[in-house]
Design a protein around this ligand. Structure first.
Ligand SMILES: CC(C)(COP(=O)(O)OP(=O)(O)OC[C@H]1O[C@@H](n2cnc3c(N)ncnc32)[C@H](O)[C@@H]1OP(=O)(O)O)[C@@H](O)C(=O)NCCC(=O)NCCS
Length: 163
């Protein structure tokens, strides 16, 4: 695969409104629901870039900074930082906006990794990424560091388990 695409091409922005069914008894958006929406936005981003079915391989961390409440508008932005061979790292940010004040605040951000599959469900290569802006270039460099750390952590954990 020798295609090269800009991160802008697959950037995905998605909005939801927090309904009572999405919340706990205090009217606070459930964490699992937010992660589900973030996963959907990043799956759209990955599949748009890869032009293939993609699966979630990992999520780096999920930290809930501030609660969102019933009635808030949630906006999720998913943008590719870098693609490797079959895997792609996507930076996902979520904001909540109060209807009355129109104030928006960041409620979550995480890095998702997706892997592209071919028609036989084997991993397959994806187009490369060409970063354009300074931020995209910085994310592109740091994505390799995160991937290297993730591989190292997986090896360390596997060694700890087998000892
Ligand atoms: C993700 C999955 C396809 C990887 O398959 P695999 O046979 O382990 O693949 P490989 O070891 O050959 O690795 C393939 C790529 O995935 C990456 N990868 C594998 N596991 C990973 C993980 N946990 N986190 C991040 N990247 C991972 C590898 O680094 C490699 O990247 P590269 O091709 O860009 O270098 C497989 O583990 C899987 O199907 N997992 C279940 C996915 C799922 O059910 N998701 C939820 C529903 S969508």
């Amino acid at each position: 695969m020798n295609k090269i695409k800009s991160p802008k091409k697959s950037e995905t922005i998605m909005s939801e409104i927090v309904c009572p069914n999405d919340t706990n008894p205090m009217g606070i958006l459930q964490g699992g629901k937010l992660v589900q929406w973030m996963d959907i936005a990043s799956a759209i981003c990955a599949q748009t870039h890869a032009e293939r079915i993609c699966v979630t391989a990992s999520i780096d961390r999920v930290t809930f900074k501030t609660p969102a409440k019933v009635g808030d508008i949630i906006t999720i932005k998913a943008k590719m930082t870098r693609s490797f061979n079959s895997s792609m790292e996507i930076f996902v940010q979520a904001w909540a906006k109060k209807i009355l004040s129109q104030k928006a605040y960041l409620i979550n951000e995480a890095y998702f990794t997706f892997v592209a599959l071919d028609d036989n469900a084997n991993t397959t290569s994806v187009p490369a990424i060409k970063p354009g802006t300074d931020t995209e270039k910085k994310e592109y460099i740091n994505a390799l560091k995160r991937k290297t750390n993730l591989i190292k952590t997986n090896i360390d954990e596997s060694n700890t388990r087998s000892n």
